[in-house]
Ligand binder design. Sequence first.
Ligand code: G3P
Ligand code: MG
Length: 255
Amino acid sequence: MDAPQFAPVTAANWPYPRHIAHRGAGKLAPENTLAAFRLGASFGYRMFEFDVKLSADGRAVLMHDATLDRTTSGTGRVDALTLGELAQLDAGAWHSPGYAGEPVPTLAAIVRYTRANGLLCNIEIKPVPGRETETGAAVALDARSMWRGADVPPLLSSFSEDALAAARLAVPELPRALLVDALPPDWLARAQALGCVALDANHKVLDAQVIAAAHAAGLKVLSYTVNDAGRAAELVGWGLDGLITDAVDTIFPAG
Ligand code: G3P
Ligand code: MG
């Protein structure tokens, strides 16, 4: 195994800002496209959450759904097409005419843009069903090579514990967050078993007690998708460390 490329990210040396733009710029631009990242950055966002899965030929691309139908000009499963075929699709016209022709970005293209502009990343590993282990390992290995020489590594997160386990095996030093939509009673044990540095939960299942329990165990806490400014303030008051939002035009990063 290669020597670790990044110093371990811990709660004590947490390098990430609190405000994180969801899928680039929420709903203001076509999700998971470079255009969305540019728009999110124009509102002052310095960190971006996005969804990554693999093409038929094992290349990491940004896409939320398992199928292409909702957000591209294509149809069917994302992993039925090669990268070359995905590159022919329009991932912007579904949103609004001004974004027509926006391509499906590769992870490599997003890394080029974010690193060139000093922006940080939260890669949500979102495998198509059945490719969890392969996707977790491939994304972690890609991240290690694409962020070579960077001061701050991307934060990996996933609802798939298999994907997180595979990412850990492939590149142990990349920080991981366990995503949960509901809060299982053993959430802390699950996060710890995967060597996670953070819990990343639907804001509806978070309260002051959960955040305090995570902090007491040495975990940071992120939350999605927080679009109401009052709720954001409440969560921050409880000590929330990472606030993933669509509302990049109304919730502004501090500082
Ligand atoms: O990573 C947090 C959030 O993006 C998880 O939900 O469905 O928007 O990917 P989803
Ligand atoms: Mg996501």
